[in-house]
Design a protein around this ligand. Sequence first.
Ligand SMILES: [Fe+2]
Ligand SMILES: [Fe+2]
Length: 295
Amino acid sequence: MSTTHTTSAALGIPPRRLDMKFDAEHMDRYWYGQDPFLTLFWSSLSLLFPEGERFFVESVRHYRDQIQDPQLLQDIAGFIAQEAMHSREHEALNAMLDHQHLPAAKIDAQLHQMLTFIRKLASPRLCLAATCALEHYTALMGEQLLRDPRHQQMADPKMLPLWLWHALEETEHKTVAYDVYEQTGGGYALRVGTMALTTVIFFAFTAYTQVRMLQADGQLGKVRQNLRGLNYFLGPRGLFIGLTGKFFDYFKPGFHPRQHDTDALVLAWRERLFGEQGVLRDQVKMVKTRTVQAA
Ligand SMILES: [Fe+2]
Ligand SMILES: [Fe+2]
């Protein structure tokens, strides 16, 4: 069990509010590479965020009273505020998907049911371990989106800021759930066992969501298009296949998310998005956080 807290949040975890507007009338329906499969993949992922991130917040909040480290308490406040803002902005995007006659509200309700069931069934420790596992996914994907220029070329400029901002903040707060898990006595076997279980559930639900979305959009039978889309993500030069090595680092006994050094990346993207010339500089409002002090 770790007793000292060395945070990636040496850079801080500043929550930012953006109030994005997503308007189906002024947005290309296929806003990612003009491709239905790829667009619906990102949309499916967006559907998982509001309920998923509320689950993360509750899982971490459950253990907040056991944390003594003032830096980690501050990081928890930043984490909770960032995730709350993500849920809010993805809800705005998901409302647009509903408007486009995609089953966004239905899938959100199903995910709510599933997570409520899991919360009843699983211990708080298991929920926190699942949060650590999923935060590993969001950290790896976030880092990838910031590093790989393909993503920035493919997404519509009206949609791209949501994903870059979310990717940046996932990178900023990637150590928080993990540190809470370690500092409250979470062990190795449960951490990696839960990663295996969570991966199965996460992939199954994402695949289910993607199929439902393709079906609702009349794209399910377009086999070549869908295989091309799968290849874009998981093929030999795919967007995500290069993450396999970093994914399996999680299974090393001494793993910590800070070992994937992203500080320079965070600083560069803060400047690109919110610096003097930042594309979101005029849009962003900083959110105040309330830190609960250690007893
Ligand atoms: Fe998030
Ligand atoms: Fe997160």
